[in-house]
Design a protein. Structure first.
Length: 206
């Protein structure tokens, strides 16, 4: 769990920003260190590199780290593997939002959770991303789409029937966590100042 948290604390936007001459997107746009702000302030190439890192670390933490033997140490055979995967998936996401390397000022966790999802249940990616795209197309709000996509994962597990308790716990906990990290988006939507993704907002007023 500690290794997963430290891995999560490696922020794609700040790593790429350092390589690009010291760019810190937390001082630009919305002030968030995630992919959306990277796209708005630095462009497609920068944002793509950020997403690759942030999604990739989520996948590593969920699909690889729980099974990794470190020297003479290996995962405890008496510990449920499903709960270990759940713990690592949660830890890498928390590390992204509250990174120890960067003063505990990180992103909102969505891209990292996509990586976790790809590592534990890749079959759920299509419905989750489908919900995200549909909401953006209908409303233009990326934050709202991200929150509803997060809620779509545990809903998908329940509708599928007989979900694993550990995975359902991860889905519910992380969906609530994403809503928490997007609380500023909720406030801006309530007062009518939230930005919209106009290129994807197909049903915008003409």
């Amino acid at each position: 769990m500690l290794l997963a948290y430290l891995l999560g604390s490696l922020l794609g936007s700040l790593i790429v920003g350092r390589l690009r001459g010291g760019v810190d997107i937390r001082t630009m746009g919305s002030g968030n260190a995630g992919g959306t702000n990277a796209l708005r302030t630095q462009g497609v190439g920068f944002a793509a590199a950020v997403m690759l890192i942030d999604v990739g670390k989520g996948w590593l933490a969920a699909a690889w780290l729980p099974y990794w033997s470190i020297g003479s140490a290996s995962p405890d055979g008496g510990l449920s593997q499903a709960w270990l995967v759940t713990a690592c998936g949660a830890a890498v996401t928390i590390g992204h939002v509250y990174p120890v390397w960067y003063g505990f000022r990180g992103g909102k966790g969505a891209a990292t959770l996509i990586g976790v999802l790809a590592g534990v249940r890749p079959d759920a990616l299509l419905p989750v991303l489908g919900v995200w795209l549909a909401v953006v197309m209908l409303t233009g709000f990326v934050g709202l789409a991200t929150m509803l996509a997060g809620l779509a994962f545990p809903a998908y597990l329940v509708l599928e029937g007989g979900p694993d308790a550990a995975l359902l716990t991860l889905g519910c906990a992380m969906a609530l966590f994403v809503v928490f990290t997007h609380r500023s988006n909720i406030q801006r939507m309530l007062v009518g100042t939230e930005n919209r993704a106009r290129r994807l907002w197909l049903l915008r007023p003409r």
